[in-house]
Design a protein. Sequence first.
Length: 317
Amino acid sequence: MAPGLLLYAFDRVLRMAKGGRAYTHLAVCPCDGVTKVSFACCPPFHFRPGQYCFVNVPAISVLEWHPFTLSSAPADAHTTVHIKEMGEGTFTAKLNKLAANVEKQQAKQGRQGRQAGEAAEGAGAASGIELAGESSSGPELAANVALQVRVDGPYGEPPRIEEYDKLLLVCGGIGVTPCHSLLRHWYLSAVKAAKIGTLSQHPRRVELLWSLRDASMPQLFGETLRAIDANSLDGRFAYTLFLTSAGRGNAALSAEEGGFAFTKGRPDVRAALAGLVDGCDARRTLVFTCGPEPLKWACAAAAAEAGASFHAETFEL
């Protein structure tokens, strides 16, 4: 037993030594039980789409490190992870509660700052003194409320998408995080490439199939999805949202909610893949999936049947 304890202690000490400090913004996301952690590390945090990192929040526990998939693109100014609450008493539940408390504190300080600014403006106006800019102290103060975290990573060896012509991303629920990282990375790269005439060097098609129960979940990555709606680069990028049950927030499965269109039921991975590989080398098509085991099995079977490449990410650790 002693060697095991020594190994555990060594791992913890190593993580604390390697973990880069970051200051983060915590946000409670629109869908229930999801916390967005946005951070900028020092030294800078370089990663590939589909990788993950270990996160430590000293305000919760100095010793607890938990793995989470990176959900942003490497080109984004801030690195993000989206963390789903996994039950009362867990680290994820404590984090969600902490995020809610931070937002309340930000709102309170913002109100106090605005009130102080308004009072100062009033005093300045009465005395003839100009106090330009001081009225913005409220929002600035709220924005400067930060929480220290430690980040260790990145880890993982995701497939090199540049080796494929087409990419089918299939995910369920919060399993969307690595898929979004890949989708956003290649979309931003393609938009940039289109401006300089090098789009031919990018995948010819990237398609996302996302199964979910909560109609508010697409808001997590609404910026990316709306950008694709506005400019799919001649159909090079596409996504379909599938609502699998009439759960919370799903009053009308066939209606548009929050600006996004939904398809009732589950994705037909075989049909989607057949259309993707039609007329091309199936081996140059990759099926990338992250979600519950049944979804992985369905994707693996479809990829094997079509002769496409396959990669599955771990949904739970």
